[in-house]
Design a protein around this ligand. Sequence first.
Ligand SMILES: Nc1nc2c(ncn2[C@@H]2O[C@H](COP(=O)(O)OP(=O)(O)OP(=O)(O)O)[C@@H](O)[C@H]2O)c(=O)[nH]1
Ligand SMILES: [Mg+2]
Length: 214
Amino acid sequence: MGEDAAATTEATRCAFIALIGAPNAGKSTLINALVGSKVAIVTPKVQTTRALLRGIAMEGSAQLVLIDTPGIFAPRRRLDRAMVTTAWGGAHDADIVALLIDAKKGITMFKKTQVPILGVIENMSVFTCPDCGSSHAIFGHGGARETAEKLGAPFLGEIPLVPLIRETSDAGTPVSVSVPDGPEARAFLDLATKVAAALESESKSAPKIIIESA
Ligand SMILES: Nc1nc2c(ncn2[C@@H]2O[C@H](COP(=O)(O)OP(=O)(O)OP(=O)(O)O)[C@@H](O)[C@H]2O)c(=O)[nH]1
Ligand SMILES: [Mg+2]
């Protein structure tokens, strides 16, 4: 091996990331978007993906091997069992497991089962560049507010996509502790205040316990 080739091999890192979730959660759509090419079939039908599929996304010198899996659900037939076993197999072999959840379906289910919904939050909202201060809506902006309005759920706020939040959380000193006066900490505090108020108004009083003497 030449010197250049050895240097290239040393510099490259690799991680296996399995995308798991319910059928039709959008796993294949996400993997295609991250890889930037059509790796997996996408259809509106459930159980489209029936085996593990891999695609590679490069992030600097790191190779992110993204694994698309069949949906995870309660299996009844033998084919279903095999697909669910395959999906869990993909998760076991991965370095990181990413669980994909369709927030809209979750809200619909909670409404049906009468689980109180405190509200909808837009995480990874607008990215503000720490170098130049310009803002970019990388994952779109306003979708959570729109979803909340459509579903009749309160909109609780937005958490910006800011490297400082990840850095301080990874270091064990969340931004609310390490930079309490910054806009990021204020976003979390506003959110916590709204959640506390919603909990106050949604919570039911505890049932009365009556002890009858014999
Ligand atoms: N509105 C909306 N539709 C989406 C999104 N992501 C995926 N879809 C649609 O949801 C349907 C299912 O998407 P897939 O990516 O095939 O879902 P999957 O999780 O791979 O499904 P299985 O392979 O069957 O488990 C398709 O019709 C997609 O176009 C999204 O973010 N928003
Ligand atoms: Mg799929």
